[in-house]
Ligand binder design. Structure first.
Ligand code: ADP
Length: 484
């Protein structure tokens, strides 16, 4: 249990289906560990195929009444949910830090960010406009309306245990859809706390369901069900591809937010201090475990050494530790597999000639703690150039030529986020337009917001979340042709 909670009833340890808290039919549970201490946190039911089917049936049962509400009625329930999340920020952040490891200040930031999607889509619910089209014959009148797709499903990752759910559930519910969520195995408790608050907000039973448990069994049922009309997934590219294949027979609508391999380019004329500050955020936020984290840092030859020196100085100020402690800036990685991947990427780079400027190994705190690392003399032959590290490793590549760095930045199967620092306005446009990415940060390392469309191209996925575009993912267009 979590001692510090002011409202312990937010820390739910059962699944939430059809407005009720329930256990697995088998009675099985999974033990969730705190990644900072590696001590047991609590157990959740290990749900499987049958329970998932019940959740889908509940979502289908709730659909007619939910979509029949006026947009304003749905909007006010979402607004209440948003307010309850904000009111309970401290408790939600505590739950998040315990299950995910990020520092409490970052956890509070995620609560605000996650809640903002509910606020935004509560507003957008009322603006699902249609069209009228001049008829093609004298007696024809053409109208276009947009309706919710129906029952939806979400499969979400552990790195943003709250925001990755609200970013999907808010537009779905706003559009008049109902939803079944399968949270990541590592982080079920934020999802369940969200369900508790949805309940308190008066969101009717069956509209929002949370089913933790066996990823493959639950995923199979969600993908194969003809009742589920849309799946929204955030996670790795290989799993996204598997889910897309599993959804093919029922031709489900899909949103896929998959892996990234973000380039972060610093040109000679950049504001060096701003670039270092941006790189710190884009690289070390959440200990490097975000899909938009800078994965490859390209620095132009004229400022390479100066940038490296300042980056190392900034990294030396990071304070590793249990995210509950005051002043901690960087928590642990999620588990031993994450530590192993960072270690492999560093060893591979060192074998091929890279040098450690700072960090480079597991931290003295032990467990899942890894030292924030900067490598120099990195080149395209190394694994860090091709694969997403998902950890606190900044590899510094040196470049001379603008066209060459654009080509290197685009030389990846991924296309989620890219960043660059530069003050020459004509170069700004050239580079922003040439980068093959869904999102580009110019002179900033932080681009996520509920008001803008988040998403990638190429192997980074399909669809956009947030903004006025995000709700379209949960709507079908219907054209009505009337003869008068
Ligand atoms: P990560 O490596 O970051 O955990 P994954 O893509 O493996 O990323 O996981 C993201 C989400 O997908 C999690 O909720 C996980 O449980 C779920 N997941 C993983 N494999 C499958 C699968 N075969 N079917 C359905 N869901 C899956």
């Amino acid at each position: 249990s979590i001692q510090e909670l002011s409202d312990p009833s937010l820390f739910r340890q059962q699944a939430y289906i059809n407005g009720a808290w329930c256990d697995a039919l088998s009675g099985e549970t999974s033990l969730i560990l705190n990644p900072a201490t590696q001590l047991p946190l609590a157990r959740v039911p290990h749900m499987g195929a049958k329970e998932t089917q019940s959740a889908i049936d509940a979502a289908a049962g709730a659909l007619p009444a939910w979509r029949a509400l006026t947009a304003k009625e749905r909007s006010s329930k979402l607004r209440r949910w948003f307010e309850l999340i904000i009111e309970n920020t401290d408790d939600l952040a505590l739950i998040m830090t315990h299950e995910q490891g990020k520092p409490l200040s970052e956890a509070k930031g995620e609560v605000a960010y996650g809640a903002a999607f509910i606020e935004w889509f509560a507003e957008e619910a009322k603006r699902v406009y249609g069209d009228t089209i001049p008829g093609h014959q004298a007696d024809k009148r053409i109208t276009v309306i947009r309706q919710g797709v129906g029952v939806t499903a979400a499969i979400t990752p552990w790195n943003f245990p709250l925001a990755m759910i609200t970013r999907k559930a808010a537009p779905a519910l706003a559009a008049g859809c109902t939803m079944v969520v399968k949270p990541a195995q590592q982080t079920p408790f934020c999802a369940l706390a969200l369900a508790e608050l949805a309940h308190r907000a008066g969101i009717p039973k069956g509209v929002f369901n949370v089913v933790p448990g066996d990823a493959i069994a639950i995923g199979n049922v969600l993908c194969e069900s003809p009742i589920v009309r849309k799946l929204s997934f955030t996670g790795s590219t290989p799993v996204g591809i598997t889910l897309m294949q599993q959804c093919a027979p029922t031709l489900k609508k899909l949103s896929l937010e998959l892996g990234g391999n973000a380039p972060f380019i610093v040109f000679d004329d950049a504001d060096l201090d701003a670039a270092v500050e941006g790189a710190m955020i884009a690289k070390y936020r959440n200990a490097g475990q975000t899909c938009v984290c800078a994965n490859r840092i390209y620095v132009q030859a004229g400022i390479y050494d100066a940038f490296a020196t300042k980056l190392v100085a900034a990294v030396n100020k990071l304070n590793l530790g249990n995210g509950l402690k005051d002043g901690v800036t960087t928590g642990p990685l999620i588990n031993a597999a994450a530590v192993a991947k960072v270690t492999e990427h560093i060893n591979d780079a060192l074998d091929k000639g890279a040098k450690v400027l700072v960090g480079g190994k597991r931290h003295g705190l032990g467990g899942n703690f890894f030292e924030p690392t900067v490598l120099s003399q990195v080149n395209a032959s190394m694994r860090v150039a091709k694969e997403e590290t998902f950890g606190p490793l900044a590899p510094l590549f040196k470049f001379d030529d603008v066209d060459d760095v654009i080509a290197q930045a685009n030389d990846t199967e991924f296309g989620l986020a890219a960043y660059f620092y530069c003050r020459d306005i004509s170069l700004v446009y050239k580079v922003a337009e040439a980068l093959e990415y869904g999102m580009v940060g110019v002179n900033t390392g932080l681009i996520s917001t509920e008001v803008a469309p988040f998403g990638g191209i190429k192997s980074s996925g399909l669809g956009r979340e947030g903004s006025k575009y995000g709700i379209e993912e949960y709507l079908e267009m219907k054209y009505i042709c009337m003869s008068v």
